[in-house]
Design a protein around this ligand. Structure first.
Ligand code: PBG
Length: 328
């Protein structure tokens, strides 16, 4: 054939494929979500096989092992015991609570680790919602933000590098920025859940924290999965309010949103490969239907290719080890 243009020329050997590869994963990009309980021993999470709720000592060991594999950042999620949950989620403001304690412990043992904390009320709320519930069943936006600001300050005082509002209340990024700045925490960053969708993929996570809503759902604050342009509106607001990093969640089913935000903003874009995405891969691999490592790396590559430079993933350690093995 007279065929001068042959795309296969660029695929003919590992060396050439390496030369023309457009996106690469690196363990530094991964943010490792870690669950913790106030208990003395580590617990397997039944709704997320392969994940644990760590004791404080277990948390330090796991974060340290991840750090040694090149993962420099963790995000913390607490399992709060039932007797500490309340309608107004006061425990979220406790300076000696589980999260402040964990931040101080991690910073003591692993001073170079970047520690991110989640800002939302659901682990602390007896109603299981990210915001305060009014007697007639509405989520109260402005009243919630006051508590979120206190929660962010509590974490900043304990030494968090970034706070990460996952609640989707309107105006919370600007309010948290102002609260942090008012106490001179001008270096504490905000990783905002900018486009967080009301997804079926969060079920296993809510099992891990026992944080499912006791009534209703989260559709009045999390975004409608059918909406794409609305994510740009959220992104413009978060950027104007002072967010340092924008996040899309879930990740794999929302690659168009990642791509849109990457094009629309010059801020770094993060994406969260959530619990349901983790289990879709794990369960299919456990059944012998799919190759787990290849699925993990392909899913993370796709998220990165779409425009996310940071990825929150429960597979962080597996992926880091895989990248290490490829490099050696
Ligand atoms: C809640 C929160 C959720 C997740 C992170 N923060 C669940 C929810 O919104 O109900 C989900 C993460 C996952 O599924 O892995 N503030």
């Amino acid at each position: 054939m007279n065929l001068p243009i042959r795309p296969r020329r660029n695929r003919q050997s590992p060396a050439i494929r390496g030369l023309v590869r457009e996106s690469r994963l690196h363990p530094e990009q991964f943010i490792y979500p870690l669950f913790l309980s106030g208990n003395d021993s580590n617990e397997e999470i039944s709704s997320m096989p392969g994940c644990h709720r760590w004791s404080l000592a277990g948390l330090v060991a796991e974060a340290g092992a991840a750090f040694d594999e090149g993962i420099r950042t963790v995000v913390l999620f607490p399992r709060i015991s039932d007797n500490l949950k309340s309608p107004r989620a006061e425990e979220a403001l406790n300076p000696d609570g589980l999260i402040p304690h964990a931040i101080r412990t991690l910073k003591h043992h692993l001073p170079e680790l970047c520690v991110i904390t989640d800002i939302a009320l659901d682990p602390y709320s007896s109603d299981g919602h990210d915001g305060l519930l009014s007697p007639d069943g509405r989520i109260l936006n402005d009243e919630t933000i006051e508590i979120l600001c206190g929660q962010a300050l509590t974490h900043a005082r304990a030494g968090a590098d970034f706070v990460s509002p996952s609640d989707m209340m309107d105006g919370r990024v600007g309010a948290i920025r102002a609260a942090l700045d008012s106490e001179n925490f001008t270096s504490t960053g905000i990783l905002s859940y900018t486009a967080k969708y009301a997804s079926a993929c969060y079920g296993p996570f809510r099992g891990a924290l026992d944080s499912a809503p006791r009534s209703g759902d989260k559709k009045t604050y999390q975004m409608d999965p059918a909406n794409r342009r609305e994510a740009l509106r959220e992104a413009a607001l978060d950027e104007a309010e002072g967010a340092d990093i924008l996040m899309v969640k879930p990740a794999g089913l929302y690659l168009d949103i990642i791509s849109d935000l990457h094009a629309a903003s010059s801020l770094p874009i993060a994406a969260y490969q959530v619990s349901g995405e983790y289990l879709m891969i794990r369960s299919a691999a456990a059944a012998g239907w799919l190759d787990e490592t290849r699925m993990i790396m392909e899913s993370l590559t796709a998220i990165h290719r779409a425009g996310a430079s940071l990825i929150l993933t429960y597979f962080a350690r597996t992926a880091a080890r895989c990248l290490q093995a490829r490099a050696s």
